[in-house]
Design a protein around this ligand. Structure first.
Ligand code: URA
Length: 233
């Protein structure tokens, strides 16, 4: 059992003082009974909590998917630039959410934002070797030499990369699959072949693909099926 004000505030939409005011206006009920004090206790998993008669779905954790646009930093705060959290709908703003993993500021595509630290740790742990797939565009044509180099293991200044996949999809574009996530890894790998990455877009993490209908800058909760794909990683 937990205090009702704590349960409601943990959902992110209302602050503790908002909840206090809702309660004093008799707008909150637990199992059909109007709550008269913030210290009333309820079971976050079993009690039916309503605000203005509308049931509150209490979620322990939230799992969001963002189609990251350019210009946002993958962090919870930054002194110079906006972070990806600026793109998260307000209703989650009060939760302790953070981006699970990093994309460079100029990289776009699939990003998971959550408040489930254990799950984030699981998908990011290097020993899990979760595969990430990217669409890449270069300033020079993609070559077979790059593709075989990626398979053999490109040597960077912080060590040889694990085998990576490179499928040529156009004269200047490729699909790259990586099982590591080193700093600026794809840019540095192509740099070894004298190529500059002009566009980088993450398409997938494990079996979870960025849905085509999630527009750039849009952020929504994962469906149950999508969440299962992440939890399987
Ligand atoms: N590799 C990079 O160079 N940048 C990213 O954002 C992701 C992978």
């Amino acid at each position: 059992m937990e205090r009702i004000d704590k349960i409601i505030a943990s959902q992110g939409k209302y602050s503790r003082s908002d909840v206090k005011s809702l309660i004093s206006k008799k707008r909150v009920a637990v199992d059909g009974e109007i709550v008269k004090s913030s210290s009333v206790k309820a079971d976050p998993e079993k009690s039916v909590i309503t605000i203005d008669g509308i049931e509150l779905t209490v979620k322990k954790f939230v799992y969001l998917m963002l189609n990251k646009p350019k210009g946002y930093v993958s962090a919870t705060e930054d002194k110079e630039h906006e972070t990806v959290l600026a793109l998260v709908p307000d209703e989650y703003a009060g939760r302790d959410i953070f981006p699970a993993g990093r994309l460079d500021r100029d990289t776009t595509g699939l990003m998971i934002i959550t408040d489930d630290g254990a799950m984030a740790h699981n998908i990011l742990a290097p020993k899990k070797h979760v595969q990430k797939v990217y669409h890449v565009e270069l300033d020079i044509p993609v070559t077979e030499e790059m593709a075989s180099g990626f398979t053999e293991g490109v040597e960077l200044n912080d060590g040889v990369c694990k085998e990576a996949g490179l499928e040529i999809t156009g004269e200047y574009s490729a699909k790259v699959s990586l099982k590591e996530g080193r700093y600026h890894q794809i840019k540095r790998m192509f740099g070894c072949f004298g190529a500059k990455v002009t566009e980088l877009h993450r398409l997938a993490m494990g079996d979870l693909w960025l849905p085509e209908d999630l527009a750039e800058g849009e952020c929504r909760e994962l469906t149950e099926e999508e969440l299962k794909l992440l939890q399987q990683l």
